[in-house]
Design a protein around this ligand. Structure first.
Ligand code: TRP
Length: 335
């Protein structure tokens, strides 16, 4: 049960794909369930963020349910964490407006993720929503007075902005927000593209053969591992610079088994890439098979998912309403 003394964590993930992939899972999602007993945990599927770029409404709705089901299959227990959909808690958008008004235009323009994404589509097709995306993210965090935010390294700049905005608001209007800490675990595995192991595994950048989805057919997933690019030489040794392919596979092996890379290297000493890949492909299939089954079971009962989401949104709203009331008071709004 959440108590006042437990530190609060919040994190969010976009429902922009039919399935999360190994990069999302081993780089972020996997650690979410670890907070739910000694923290007061809030996890949201950020649909408001998902509409900042072009998208299909029917796909968004389906992907939102799929995201929720995968998070539960990944170990988030809705009895212990508040698991909810961002748009179910209107206070996120309400606080985002307030934060928009204390963010500098230049400050927002320095966000590297925005610069990268907008460079791809050109300024007329880039929405203002994409520009203010990090400010909505700050609202997601600050509305819960989160102490810690588990995120990947790529979100560090957004967290810095969040901290700046919290500090600025507190300074100008009086202490209102908890200034959150990023929780970026160095040991979280960074999973690379199986076909181009110098790039991150990414839905937008990788070819399908470079990605393993959590909801992938186990046989296809195994095949992708067996066809992953490996490096010249034959030694199974972790060396990111000279052997990025085999190093990435060692990272996946270690993430799946919990064995340290050094132990795995010892175990496969003297063996060929092929043997190692076969062993890893079986581990991968044994992981995605049950994961997919569990997710599909959850997806088969939408009414139950709706019930879980309603209860999550209720828990979230209880906190968000209080923060917003305090913010409106501090701002000088007539209450
Ligand atoms: N921008 C984050 C990502 O792409 C998703 C996100 C939205 C988020 N709101 C958040 C993460 C709040 C942490 C906290 O990964």
């Amino acid at each position: 049960m959440p108590t006042e003394s437990k530190p609060r964590v919040l994190s969010g993930i976009q429902p922009t794909a039919d399935s999360f992939h190994f990069g999302n899972y081993f780089g972020a999602i996997r650690q979410w369930p670890t907070f739910q007993h000694d923290h007061d945990a809030f996890y949201c599927v950020v649909d408001l963020h998902a509409i900042t770029v072009e998208y299909d409404p029917a796909a968004l709705r389906e992907r939102t349910y799929r995201s929720v089901a995968q998070l539960i299959a990944a170990g988030i227990d809705p009895e212990h964490s508040a698991l909810f959909i961002q748009s179910h808690v209107p206070q996120h958008a309400q606080l985002a407006w307030v934060l928009n008004c204390i963010t500098g235009f230049g400050e927002a323009g320095r966000m590297t993720q925005f610069k990268d994404k907008s460079a791809k589509s050109g300024s007329d097709r880039t929405s203002v929503g994409l520009f203010t995306y990090p400010i909505l993210q700050a609202a997601d965090i600050l509305i819960y007075q989160a102490d810690q935010v588990p995120i990947g390294e790529d979100q560090r700049q957004h967290l810095e902005l969040t901290r700046d905005l919290a500090g600025r608001f507190n300074h100008r209007f009086g202490k209102t927000f908890t200034v959150p800490q990023p929780y970026i675990v160095k040991s979280m595995a960074k999973i690379l593209d199986l076909q181009d192991p110098t790039a991150k595994m990414s839905k937008s950048a990788s070819a399908p053969s470079g990605i393993i989805d959590l909801l992938e057919d186990p046989r296809k997933a195994a095949k992708k591992i067996r066809s992953a690019v490996t490096d010249s030489g034959s030694e199974i040794r972790f060396d990111e610079e000279n052997k990025p392919g085999i190093s990435n596979l060692l990272t996946i092996y270690s993430a799946l088994t919990g064995s340290p890379v050094a132990v795995i290297e010892k175990e496969y000493e003297g063996q060929q890439y092929g043997q190692f890949k076969v062993a890893l492909s079986e581990l991968v299939a044994d992981f995605v098979g049950p994961f997919g089954e569990r997710t599909n079971e959850l997806l088969a009962d939408r009414a139950e998912l709706d019930r879980i989401l309603k209860s999550g949104a209720d828990k979230a709203k209880a906190v968000a309403t209080q923060t917003l009331a305090l913010v409106y008071d501090r701002l000088g709004f007539v209450l």
